[in-house]
Ligand binder design. Structure first.
Ligand SMILES: Nc1ncnc2c1ncn2[C@@H]1O[C@H](COP(=O)(O)OP(=O)(O)O)[C@@H](O)[C@H]1O
Ligand SMILES: [Mg+2]
Length: 325
């Protein structure tokens, strides 16, 4: 049984650029897939193909069990897409815009009003709710657009970099809304350049680069692929480096690497905090004084660098520039 979002061999070219170079996806119902990748990786193209806005050159896709290429109209009725309401009515207030969306989706007027109020609060637009949206700043419009996409909770949602350019407070607000949506059974595909966001929200992560999925798994699985956890010890006396190295090798999965200059020894381990305690006891029993010891887990940043050979670059340039009250 394919998941609520399913794609097989999606290819999309723009002239010489292979924006999608054979992408496979399978997102189980009620889960969040994080499509993580740098600028130009193909994230938006994937979302546009899955939401019927672009036709792939080849491949197949199903959303909510419906064939995207054969029945695009039916697919459109089953999905929500943030960015879709970029054409919010400038002359209506924020509140009126949201209520109108609710009514378009045949919500009762009272229900639409309640939902609009909730979303305005959530996205810190309550103070501006009754002003025409043409008076809103760029960041406020962006939040209104996200709110509009969330008025109804469709079975499958797509969000293309929903928090790029939001300030931390509004990013947090959106994370909460997303978690509620998913708790209510919605399946979500979310693209992001923020590793932290994928780590926090996504059940599964696909790392994309140059139109290909270069790794997939849970955040923990991806981190484990990158070498797993390590114990790092800084010994006080250079003369103790060799003895400490033997002890660490005994606990570790391999040789300890040594940086003599900083007196730091590192060894890959499995066993977490319990093992760390044992290492400390053993070092102590052998009279080896330490300046520092810690368990270091790879972060998604480490994963990204090891997979792509470069850092994920979050574009901070379009960070929300509004005077905060
Ligand atoms: N309409 C288009 N015409 C030409 N090239 C495009 C078009 N849309 C995307 N591309 C190219 O396809 C690649 C993937 O773009 P995109 O899917 O927007 O990546 P992302 O969303 O991950 O930043 C990029 O090289 C981009 O320049
Ligand atoms: Mg994009």
């Amino acid at each position: 049984m394919p998941g609520a979002i399913y794609a097989e061999g999606l290819v999309k070219t723009f002239g010489d650029v292979r924006a999608l170079d054979g992408v496979d996806l399978d997102v189980p119902e009620g889960t969040v897939l994080g499509l993580l990748g740098p600028n130009g990786a193909g994230k938006t193209t994937a979302v546009r193909c899955l939401t019927t806005l672009l036709t792939p050159d080849s491949g197949r896709a199903f959303v909510a069990g419906i064939d995207v290429l054969k029945h695009p109209n039916e697919v459109r009725r089953s999905i929500g897409l943030s960015g879709q309401f970029a054409a919010v009515d400038e002359y209506l207030t924020g509140r009126e815009n949201l209520q109108m969306v609710g009514q378009l989706y045949e919500m009762r007027a009272k229900e639409a009003k309640i939902r609009a109020g909730e979303l305005l609060e959530r996205f810190h637009l309550a103070d501006a709710a009754d002003r025409p949206s043409k008076t809103y700043s760029g960041g406020m419009r962006r939040r209104l657009d996200l709110a509009a996409a969330l008025v109804v909770s469709p079975p499958v949602m797509f969000m293309d970099e929903p928090t790029t350019g939001l300030d931390p407070r509004n990013r947090q607000g959106l994370w909460e809304v997303i978690q509620e949506l998913v708790a209510g059974g919605t399946t979500l595909l979310l693209t992001t350049q923020y590793l932290e966001e994928a780590d926090h929200l996504a059940h599964d992560i696909c790392v994309v680069d140059h139109g290909r999925v270069i790794a997939r798994g849970t955040a923990d699985q991806l981190k484990a692929q990158t070498g797993g956890e390590r114990v790092e010890v800084v010994v006080h006396e250079p003369a103790h480096i060799a003895a400490a190295g033997e002890i660490l090798a005994g606990f570790g999965k391999g040789e300890a690497t040594v940086d003599r200059h900083t007196r730091k020894l590192t060894v890959p381990v499995t066993g977490g905090a319990k093992l760390l305690a044992e290492v400390i006891r053993e070092l102590d029993a052998r009279g080896i004084e330490i300046d520092d010891i810690g368990l270091r887990r790879p972060t998604l940043d480490d994963v990204f660098i090891s997979l792509t050979g470069h850092m994920a670059e979050a574009t901070d340039t379009d960070e929300e520039k509004e005077a905060t009250p």
